[in-house]
Ligand binder design. Structure first.
Ligand SMILES: Cc1cc2nc3c(=O)[nH]c(=O)nc-3n(C[C@H](O)[C@H](O)[C@H](O)COP(=O)(O)OP(=O)(O)OC[C@H]3O[C@@H](n4cnc5c(N)ncnc54)[C@H](O)[C@@H]3O)c2cc1C
Length: 75
């Protein structure tokens, strides 16, 4: 998918699991080979939270943009 990797071949992410590829998050052993099940699940939960926030931000941005267009059309 074109995600950046470190020297060991593991996908590089920020603290939420976000990769350099837009819309792609990762979790678990693909970013940390030492992660046991509970740690991998925790990363998945963190990534899910971040993805939800990202989608919400996108929706709010789109709604604001639509409102601006509608307001401009009325003027
Ligand atoms: C022998 C062994 C014993 C373990 N024992 C324990 C234990 O007792 N307790 C514990 O907490 N942890 C244990 N672990 C670690 C545990 O397995 C991992 O922490 C956990 O599975 C990580 O989850 P994950 O979702 O990151 O990766 P995975 O569970 O490996 O899930 C990745 C999934 O992606 C799929 N996949 C890969 N490539 C592709 C592709 N190209 N397209 C689509 N799907 C793909 C794979 O088939 C797999 O189903 C053990 C691991 C091993 C190997």
């Amino acid at each position: 998918m074109g995600c950046d990797k470190d020297d060991g071949g593991w996908v590089v992410t920020d603290r939420t699991g976000r990769t350099n590829v837009t819309g792609v998050w990762t979790a678990g052993n693909v970013i940390d080979p030492r992660a046991q099940a509970v740690a991998a699940a925790g990363m998945g939960s963190t990534a899910a939270f971040a993805i939800n926030t990202d989608l919400l931000d996108e929706e709010v941005d789109r709604a604001v943009e639509q409102h601006r267009h509608a307001a401009a059309a009325v003027r």
